[in-house]
Design a protein around this ligand. Structure first.
Ligand code: LLP
Length: 416
């Protein structure tokens, strides 16, 4: 992913920043579009994964819809050209203001997460003399076998409506004259690599659509959510997810009649591999028990390792460059780089085998949890080395915070 020219370019820039490879994003989007088109499946991009403007424009240009979780995401989807008939709005806590905004934007569908919310949307739509199209988000009690912080489809989770409440839903739907029932919605969790989870989900969707049909409702839309996982360990080898196998599970196990549409809400699988967080080594601290590589990026730029104990591959780009291309080295030494004071790129010239050292790679934030990974084996690293933290396109930049009054993290894009 990082050739010498690119690393040279990075050396000129202030760190930390997110580097977006738009070519890689497009290759992933094309693979997903082709695989879903084959079965006439519709994909709404889960915008929460990454709402960087360039990323949104690129995704929109492939014709995907948008799955939003706030009023601002609905507005961003509209402003970036996503078609209103392809915008859905989910979330357990939609405020009146957000519901009104989405009604005004005439979005395709609200994914409703409680019986009470049905009434609120109905009343707000009635006040505008409108009909709101809705789908019922059902909590299917299907275990996603993923990290418990990103599991959403179990009874103990706050998301969706439990199946024992469905009779009350049916009754409410019959009463609410300003609601139009479109179908049912599910989302069981994120970073799911075991396709049998989706197979189990299909069985539950089949059961639930039958229930609604028996109650006299026409189920036009089956929305099975997102959650498809990516490979954080081998980002270069498996940069594009196996969309074919994923969609085939739904083709094989979901009961779909010719009048129905099947919708997906993929986030991570579309954007995770297109970005890396690029930072510099500020200090190397050799301790008795540990060696610390202290970066200029921390949990304020990428919180996934600290929040979910998530693994991200960490690479020393300066060393990789040094090993790869002597020409790049001489360019660096000619003095055009934006180095830190007291740093040197002299090791770039070293083609001899180097010492592998074990580091705890940490950030500058005033928290002990501000650690990207412990015991990372890297070539002996120096102040000023460029470090890439890979597979950071999903839930990376969008989860950045201003804690410690940090600067907002910048974005850099591949040349197109
Ligand atoms: N649909 C709904 C209703 C969701 O709640 C989510 C994600 C998605 C779709 C998209 O899921 P994906 O395809 O991206 O797995 N911050 C966490 C992930 C939180 C996921 C929240 N919901 C992380 O960094 O792992």
């Amino acid at each position: 992913m990082f050739n010498s020219a690119l690393v040279n370019r990075f050396h000129q820039l202030e760190t930390p920043f997110y580097y977006y490879d738009l070519q890689s994003l497009k290759a992933t989007l094309k693979a997903c579009a082709d695989a879903s088109f084959k079965y006439h499946f519709q994909v709404h991009y889960a915008m929460k994964a990454n709402f960087n403007p360039r990323v949104l424009d690129t995704i929109q240009s492939f014709g995907f819809g948008a799955d939003c979780v706030s009023g601002n995401e609905v507005l961003a989807a509209v402003n970036h050209g996503f078609k209103r008939e392809k915008i859905v709005f989910a979330g357990v806590g939609k405020s009146d203001k957000e519901i009104n905004l989405a009604l005004d934007q005439n979005i395709f569908c609200f994914n409703v997460e409680s019986v009470q919310e049905l009434q609120v949307i109905n009343d707000l739509a009635a006040a505008k003399n409108k009909t709101a199209s809705i789908a019922i988000r059902i909590n299917p009690n299907v275990d996603a076998h993923t990290h418990h912080f990103i599991t959403t489809g179990l009874e103990e989770n706050k998301f969706g409506i439990n199946t024992w409440e469905l009779p009350a839903v049916a009754e409410k739907l019959r009463q609410c004259k300003n609601l139009k029932f479109l179908g049912i919605h599910f989302h069981v969790g994120s970073q799911i690599n075991d396709l049998s989870v989706f197979q189990n989900l299909c069985l539950k969707v089949n059961e639930m659509q039958l229930w609604f049909q028996e109650e006299g409702f026409e189920v036009k839309v089956l929305n099975v959510g997102g959650g498809l996982g990516v490979d954080y360990f081998l980002p270069d080898k498996n940069s594009i997810v196996d969309f074919e196998s994923y969609f085939k599970v739904f083709k094989d196990f979901l009961h779909v009649n010719p009048n129905q549409e099947v919708h997906f809400e993929l986030g991570r699988a579309l954007v995770a591999q297109c970005a890396s967080l690029i930072s510099r080594v500020l200090y190397v601290k050799n301790g008795i028990k540990k060696n610390f590589l202290i970066l200029d990026a921390g949990m304020t730029e990428l919180i996934r390792p600290m929040l979910y104990q998530a693994y991200h591959q960490i690479e020393n780009l300066s060393w990789e460059q040094g090993a790869e291309n002597e020409e790049a080295i001489s360019n660096q030494q000619s003095g055009s780089s934006n180095q830190l004071s007291g740093s040197s790129n002299s090791h770039l010239a070293t083609q001899t085998p180097h010492l592998i050292t074990s580091y705890d790679v940490v950030g500058p934030i005033c928290e002990s949890t501000d650690c990207f990974r412990t015991d990372v084996e890297l070539p002996e690293s120096k102040r000023g080395d460029l470090i890439a933290i890979r597979t950071a396109g999903a839930y990376g930049e969008v989860m950045a915070s201003g804690y410690n009054l940090r600067d907002r993290v910048q974005s850099v894009y591949s040349e197109e």
